[in-house]
Design a protein around this ligand. Structure first.
Ligand code: B12
Length: 256
């Protein structure tokens, strides 16, 4: 486990045929495709920048605050399968059943992947933690102390868009995870300069949002959060929306 390719292979083997990546209630629907992997140096100065109030906030912890002697952060993106994505194309203002399972059962799979990667690193003699599994992890006023998308940005996986989704070369419809380790791995070179570089400002996500949370000036998280909470009441124990990440040019790729 000494370079990005060996990590990518390990995660690809983990997902391949994994029963947790299937939903028996939906005729064994596959949730995710193979992940994309990016590597950041734990000492990248951008981790300090995340503490600025206009970025995430002072409570956002650096890799070495999570794990003393941390050297590397491994970030990955799990793209949703065709079935999860296409089912959510309807313009009915409601998340599809498949998307709801992708949010809940999908995050359970993501948790299994975080745990697997952590354990494999420990088995190989390194130290590792997944911040989302650490008792110190918390979300305050919709701002977490470990933001998976900001970490993915530092690890070279992509940039934000107008609707504040995160676009990778496999698009934005999917979920992110990360693990911090004391193993030394070469960081991925970021092929971008600006935090919105992969967004072409087409505005398709503006029209997709059921509660008009997105405008040409950006996104207001409040109506989005209220809507996601309303979906929780309606579809308990599942919830979600994802309309801004489906049926848009950045669903599965960097838009031209
Ligand atoms: C709280 C939360 C929410 C809140 C707030 C959303 C948000 N975007 O922050 C609510 C309830 C609204 C929400 C909604 C949804 N969520 Co949510 N949510 C989170 C959570 C738990 C924390 C997010 C956080 O800390 N935000 C911090 C704030 C500061 O982020 P921000 O405002 O977008 O940041 C801006 C500034 O930082 C600015 N900026 C200014 N200066 C600088 C400088 C630098 C260097 C950088 C990098 C940025 C920057 O750029 C950013 C974009 O404008 C994460 C999981 C995690 N721990 O990461 C998931 C997460 C963001 N959610 C996710 C998803 C999928 C959703 C939903 C689609 C619901 C669903 N599952 O069906 C919707 C819509 C997502 C969207 N477009 O915003 C995914 C994102 C996938 C993606 N491709 O982007 C995540 C990462 C979960 C995961 N594990 O994959 N979510």
């Amino acid at each position: 486990m000494n370079d990005i390719n060996s990590i990518a292979r390990l995660l690809a083997d983990f997902i391949s045929g994994n029963p947790l990546n299937k939903v028996p209630e939906l005729s064994d629907m596959v949730i995710f495709q193979e992940p994309l992997v990016g590597i950041a140096s734990a000492n990248d100065p951008l981790f300090i920048k995340l503490k600025h109030k206009e970025v995430v906030g002072p409570h956002h912890m650096t890799p070495t605050e999570w794990l003393p002697k941390a050297k590397t952060v491994i970030s990955y993106f799990l793209p949703f399968s065709l079935r999860v994505r296409q089912s959510n194309h309807a313009n009915d203002g409601l998340p599809s059943t498949e998307w709801l399972y992708g949010r809940i059962e999908g995050e359970a799979f993501n948790n299994a992947m975080r745990k697997f990667l952590t354990e494999e690193i420990i088995k190989s003699g390194g130290k590792a933690i997944a911040p989302l599994h650490d008792p110190r992890y918390k979300v305050t006023d919709r701002r977490s102390n470990w933001s998976e998308r900001h970490v993915a940005y530092i690890a070279g996986l992509g940039t934000f868009n107008l609707g504040k989704s995160f676009i990778t070369k496999k698009g934005c419809a999917g979920r992110f995870g990360s693990v911090i380790t004391d193993l030394s791995l070469s960081p991925t070179v970021r092929p971008y300069q600006d935090i919105y570089e992969y967004c072409n400002n087409c505005g398709a996500c503006i029209k997709r949002c059921p509660v008009f949370a997105i405008s040409k000036n950006g996104k207001d998280h409040s109506p989005c959060a209220d809507f996601v909470n309303a979906m929780k009441k309606k579809f308990e124990p599942r919830y979600g929306c994802g309309k801004c990440q489906t049926s848009v040019p950045c669903e599965t790729r960097i838009p031209s």
